[in-house]
Write a protein that binds this ligand. Structure first.
Ligand code: C2E
Ligand code: MG
Ligand code: MG
Ligand code: MG
Length: 283
């Protein structure tokens, strides 16, 4: 029986693996199809100056508008896109589209920066600078208005190629920010070496800032560190007025979160940016 059950077990795993492989494949091929059929779109989330209350930019957040399943968030498909390498063409599309949108805002008299998330695979390619240059040239966007978001883990493997890519991106005048700061690698030496511009304090610290003493201390420390290095401190995940006020008192520079605006169509950012004091930030 041991042999039979062993064989069954083996068959069970073989089938499971097969099913998984098929599911993976279908997602991968449907991602490729999605790109061809233009099912991807970008939602924009406003970024607000805590000094003036004005919308100063937006983050581009990828969405997949699936014909059957509806709007799919990036967490559900970006891992597959990364594993299959499809994040490279998808990421190039995001860059091009986000730059086009920021250039459109600029032509409407709105000078808003646009932040685009990069994957490790994009940062490790020798055509990254060409892709970014192309997106800027095609859109006519001022490089000073483009910001690229990296995570700490992407900078652990700071190979010569990664360092060179970042150096060339910085030389073009593009801003570089560290996303989800505080959740990753604790070796901070890269911050000075790679000349980043902004630290985005992870939402896990910001979310319970007003209730959790440790989160408050960590947030305050990151803001102080950012300022002593001449970097901009950005808080993500601001969900209420109390948190916004606490961040303002801590002299955080920029905030982003559902309280200030959910990710949505470009027009929502546009409307908010045209208001004088859009989110009733006390100044
Ligand atoms: P992220 O770059 O850290 O983006 C912030 C995420 O937090 C977004 O989730 C946003 O919708 C969400 N968020 C913003 N404010 C709040 C808030 O007040 N409360 C809560 N609970 N959440 C808030 P989203 O859009 O699902 O994106 C998730 C992640 O997917 C992003 O995290 C980013 O790492 C990745 N991603 C999104 N777009 C792209 C892209 O074009 N390329 C790559 N490589 N990754 C992307
Ligand atoms: Mg981000
Ligand atoms: Mg983040
Ligand atoms: Mg994140």
């Amino acid at each position: 029986h041991a042999k039979a059950s062993g064989r069954d077990t083996h068959r069970f795993y073989a089938e499971a693996m097969n099913a998984e492989a098929v599911a993976h494949l279908s997602t991968r091929s449907s991602l490729r199809r999605a790109l061809e059929r233009q099912e991807f779109l970008i939602h924009y989330q406003p970024q607000v100056s805590l000094e003036t209350g004005a919308v100063i930019g937006a983050e581009a957040l990828l969405r997949w508008n699936h014909p059957d399943k509806g709007m799919i968030p990036p967490g559900a498909f970006i891992p597959v896109a990364e594993d299959s390498g499809l994040i490279v063409p998808i990421g190039a599309w995001v860059l091009a589209e986000a730059c086009r949108q920021a250039a459109r805002w600029r032509s409407q008299g709105l000078s808003l920066s646009i932040a685009v998330n990069l994957s490790a695979l994009q940062l490790q390619r020798n055509d990254l600078v060409r892709t970014v240059t192309q997106a800027l040239a095609d859109s006519g966007l001022d490089p000073l208005l483009l910001e690229l978001e990296l995570t700490e883990s992407m900078l652990i493997q700071n190979t010569e190629l990664v360092i060179d890519n970042l150096r060339r991106i910085k030389a073009m005048g593009i801003q570089v920010s560290i996303d989800d700061f505080g959740t990753g690698y604790s070796n901070l030496s890269y911050i000075g070496r790679l000349a980043v511009d902004k630290l985005k304090i992870d939402r896990s610290f910001v979310a319970d800032l007003t209730r959790n003493h440790d989160s408050a201390k960590i947030t305050a420390a990151v803001i102080q560190m950012a300022h002593s290095l001449n970097l901009t401190a950005v808080a993500e995940g601001v969900e209420d007025a109390e948190t916004l006020e606490a961040l303002r008192l801590l002299r955080c520079d920029v905030a982003q979160g559902y309280f200030l605006g959910r990710p949505g169509p470009a027009e929502a950012v546009e409307r908010a940016a045209r208001q004088v004091n859009p989110f009733k930030v006390k100044v």
